[in-house]
Design a protein around this ligand. Structure first.
Ligand code: 4NP
Length: 185
């Protein structure tokens, strides 16, 4: 259940949509044990640092069912922990049909995830689907590379990309700028 404190608008919050006040974001990758759990943890931290935790409901999910119920990959946990972020309490789950109604924004880690999620999406689902790295326009790639089959360094590189995009995402949401145009393959 989401608990909200009494709301005193600050200059950040004044830019937020006045009706809901809570933006629901689901980060999506393939296995939900590497990139999207790190994205969930990073965005949670970025929002926390700005005192905006209560304005977001954040979750992550995967497109493949290999790791359902498992905690994030130990390499993802370690890389996140080295940046002060604890993701050990997360549990992998699949994207569900309800997610397209419940969330405002489904943000995928790469273009392959994007195509898969689009193929699952109902014709008139509420959630917008986008690429996380659209929120990091200075970054040259649109894909957070999948670190699962590589070494530790891939997890740190993925985190660098995710952190850059998480800051851009928060800035975009609090200033109510139009989100990046929908990506089309
Ligand atoms: P993720 O990485 O999509 O970033 O969670 C993967 C994790 C597991 C697998 C693939 C990608 N897998 O094939 O099991």
């Amino acid at each position: 259940m989401l608990r909200l404190r009494p709301f005193t608008p600050c200059h950040w919050c004044l830019g937020m949509p006045s009706t809901a006040m809570v933006t629901r974001i689901l980060f999506v990758c393939l296995g939900n044990i590497c990139r999207s759990p790190m994205a969930e943890g990073v965005f949670r931290r970025v929002a926390e640092k700005e005192g905006l935790s209560d304005r977001f409901e954040i979750d992550s999910a995967g497109l493949g069912d290999w790791h359902i119920g498992q905690p994030p990959d130990h390499r993802a946990q370690r890389a996140a922990r080295s940046r002060g972020i604890d993701i050990s309490g997360q549990q992998a789950r699949l994207v569900e049909p309800e997610d397209f109604e419940r969330f405002d924004l489904l943000l995928v880690m790469d273009r392959s995830n994007y195509a898969d999620l689009k193929a699952m999406a109902p014709a008139h689902g509420r959630a917008k689907i986008g690429l996380l790295l659209d929120y990091a326009p200075h970054v040259r790639t649109k894909d957070v590379p999948d670190p699962f089959f590589g070494g530790t360094e891939g997890f740190n590189q993925a985190l660098d990309l995710i952190e850059a995009a998480a800051r851009g995402l928060l800035a975009s949401l609090v200033t109510q700028e139009t989100p990046p145009a929908k990506h089309g393959p």
